[in-house]
Design a protein. Structure first.
Length: 343
C-alpha cells in the first residue's frame, strides 16, 4: 500500500478516489490528535477502520482520512464474568476468534464480520440472532463537540436495530474503546436464528459449543459471499447493502417473511423483496463487460466485479431500490455509509 492510499485501497468494495490528506492512527491518542488538528483547521474528517461499511465517491474525499491502524485487548478476569476492553482499531473477527477460544460467550454468532471493533457499536452490528448491544457494557468516545472523552454505558448508547446514539448524531463521537462483558462457558448463548439452528442441528433457543457455532456461521457466511476473499468478487462488497425494512402489518406483501415488533409493525426480509421484484442472485452479470452486479451468492450484496466505479454501483443500487418500491411500495434503506455520494 502506498503511503497515501486511495479510498479504494481501504474499503472492502475497493471503490473510492483519493483523500486530500491521509493520516495513520495507531492508537487512541493519535486518533484524537489527528481529528482535533483537522477540526481546528476546519477540515472535513473521515475515520476509516476496516472500510467494510463505506461507499466512497469516485472523486474521493475532500478532507482528511484518519485510518485506524492499531488495536489492543485488555482482559479483566471476574470469575464467571469477564470484562474485555478493546481498542477501536482491533480487527473484529480476531476478537471473536479469541472470545470463542477463551470461552467468552455472546459474540460467537458474529464471526466473519469484517471491520474493526470500534465500528460495531455505531450501527449495533448484528447477525444470526446476536447483536453487540447484548454484550457491550460501555463505549468510550471522544466528543468532537465538547472536545473531551466521555463514557456511555450500554443503555446510554440507545441501541436498536442497526442503530445507536452514535449513528443518530453522525461524526460527533469518535469511538476510542469498547468494553464488553461476557459470561464464561463452553456453550453459546441460546441460538435464536432458525437457519443457524438448523445448521447446528439444535432447536431454536438451545445452545451449542462455541467453536461449532463459529464454524457454522463462517460456513453460512462463506456460502453467501460474506467472508472476505480477495480471489472471490462476490466478497468485493460492503456486506448487506440494504437493511431489512419495518412496515405496517397490513402493508406486508403476501408470503413475505414476518417478524412482529413491539410497536405493532413487522420486520420483513429485504432479500425476499429484492428477489421477488425481479432481481435474482447475480443480476447484472449477463451484461457484456459487467463491472457491478448483485452477488451470485446473496441478493443483498452489491459487488464490484473488478474495475468498477462507485457511480456504477450506485446506479445498480438505485435500480434495485426503485424496483422494490414500484413492486411493493416499500422503500429500502442503504446500510453502508455513503461518503460524497447519494442514492
Amino acid at each position: 500500500m502506498s503511503p497515501d492510499p486511495a479510498l479504494a485501497d481501504l474499503t472492502t468494495l475497493r471503490l473510492g478516489g483519493p483523500a486530500r490528506r491521509y493520516v495513520a492512527a495507531p492508537d487512541a491518542d493519535a486518533l484524537v490528535a489527528a481529528v482535533t488538528e483537522a477540526d481546528q483547521a476546519g477540515e472535513p474528517v473521515l475515520v476509516v477502520g476496516g472500510g467494510s461499511n463505506l461507499v466512497v465517491a469516485d472523486a474521493g474525499f475532500a478532507g482528511t482520512v484518519v485510518h485506524l491502524t492499531g488495536g489492543g485487548v485488555r482482559v479483566e478476569d471476574g470469575g464467571e464474568r469477564v470484562r474485555v476492553s478493546v481498542a477501536a482499531g482491533e480487527p473484529w473477527d480476531a476478537l471473536v476468534a479469541r472470545a470463542v477460544a477463551e470461552g467468552w460467550v455472546g459474540v460467537e454468532a458474529l464471526s466473519g464480520i469484517p471491520g474493526t471493533a470500534g465500528a460495531t457499536p455505531i450501527q449495533n452490528v448484528g447477525a444470526y440472532g446476536q447483536e453487540v448491544a447484548q454484550t457491550i457494557e460501555a463505549v468510550i468516545v471522544w466528543d468532537r463537540a465538547l472536545r473531551g472523552a466521555r463514557t456511555f454505558t450500554g443503555e446510554e448508547c440507545r441501541f436498536s436495530y442497526r442503530h445507536s446514539r452514535f449513528k443518530a448524531d453522525p461524526g460527533r463521537h469518535l469511538v476510542l474503546k469498547v468494553t464488553f462483558a461476557f459470561d464464561r462457558g463452553e456453550l453459546s448463548a441460546p441460538v435464536g436464528y432458525a437457519e443457524l439452528a438448523r445448521t447446528l442441528g439444535v432447536a431454536a433457543g438451545e445452545r451449542a459449543p462455541l467453536a461449532a457455532v463459529r464454524e457454522a456461521v463462517l460456513g453460512l457466511r462463506r456460502g453467501k459471499g460474506m467472508v472476505l476473499d480477495p480471489a472471490d468478487h462476490d466478497t468485493w462488497s460492503a456486506g448487506s447493502f440494504f437493511t431489512n425494512p419495518f412496515v405496517e402489518a397490513d402493508r406486508l406483501p403476501e408470503g413475505a417473511p414476518s417478524y412482529p415488533q413491539p410497536d405493532g409493525r413487522v420486520k420483513t426480509s429485504a432479500a425476499w423483496l429484492i428477489e421477488r421484484a425481479g432481481f435474482a442472485k447475480g443480476f447484472g452479470l449477463d451484461r457484456p463487460g459487467a463491472r457491478v452486479s448483485l452477488s451470485s451468492k446473496h441478493t443483498l450484496a452489491l459487488t464490484n466485479r473488478g474495475g468498477a466505479t462507485t457511480a456504477e454501483l450506485l446506479a445498480l443500487a438505485r435500480a434495485v431500490r426503485d424496483g422494490v418500491r414500484e413492486r411493493f411500495g416499500i422503500e429500502l434503506v442503504n446500510e453502508p455509509v455513503l461518503v460524497g455520494c447519494t442514492l
